[in-house]
Design a protein around this ligand. Structure first.
Ligand SMILES: CSCCC(=O)/C(O)=C/O
Ligand SMILES: [Fe+2]
Ligand code: NI
Length: 182
């Protein structure tokens, strides 16, 4: 389940409170646990999974989550697997942990592991959202965000795309500011 860290050091753990905090930015967060992870538990534990294993997981998952694809007009989806031995991991982190926008929505369903997203609220305050297994996140086009693996450096995520080319980061230059109270 997700946690939201606010810039005053407080943490929201209640899903409905987090949803309300994200709502002014048009960001949707849901927790769906249809039991699909039980279909491939050993694959979710593995650091390395093959392309055919990825296709198997995405295929099983897509049939259960067909409504997500239809409701949101997703054209295609893939499975991104990040682990401590992932090639170019530092480059990947450097690419996405800077504030950026996309011209298309960014939607993800986290199968395993943890990811952190940063957002700028309408009043300028920055928040950090931790998502965990079975969390679904939808960020509208044009919303500033950054993302990163959590320190475990493990996540497996289904990414939903509404355009053929996927998400291109447009960097905004906004600095990450996260001052917690002393
Ligand atoms: C969510 S995994 C891929 C990273 C990415 O494309 C992106 O835009 C993160 O914000
Ligand atoms: Fe992004
Ligand atoms: Ni590992």
């Amino acid at each position: 389940m997700a946690n939201l860290l606010l810039d005053d050091g407080s943490i929201q753990r209640d899903l409905s409170e987090i949803v309300a905090e994200l709502e002014p930015m048009g960001i949707k967060l849901k927790h769906y646990d249809p039991g699909t992870s039980l279909l491939f538990p050993e694959l979710l534990e593995q650091d390395v999974i093959t392309e055919s294993e990825k296709r198997y997981i995405v295929g099983l998952h897509s049939s259960v989550f067909e409504f997500l694809q239809q409701d949101n007009g997703y054209l295609w989806c893939d499975l991104l697997n990040v682990h401590p031995g992932s090639p170019q991991l530092e480059t990947w982190i450097a690419t996405y942990n800077r504030y950026h926008t996309h011209t298309a929505p960014e939607a993800v369903y986290l199968l395993a592991g943890e990811m952190i997203y940063g957002f700028v609220q309408p009043d300028g305050r920055q928040v950090q959202l931790l998502i965990q297994g079975q969390d679904y996140l939808h960020i509208p086009a044009g919303i500033e965000h950054w993302c990163s693996p959590a320190v475990s450096l493990h996540f497996k995520v289904v990414r939903y795309f509404t355009t053929v080319e996927g998400w291109m980061p447009n960097y905004t230059g906004t600095e990450q500011e996260f001052k917690l109270q002393s």
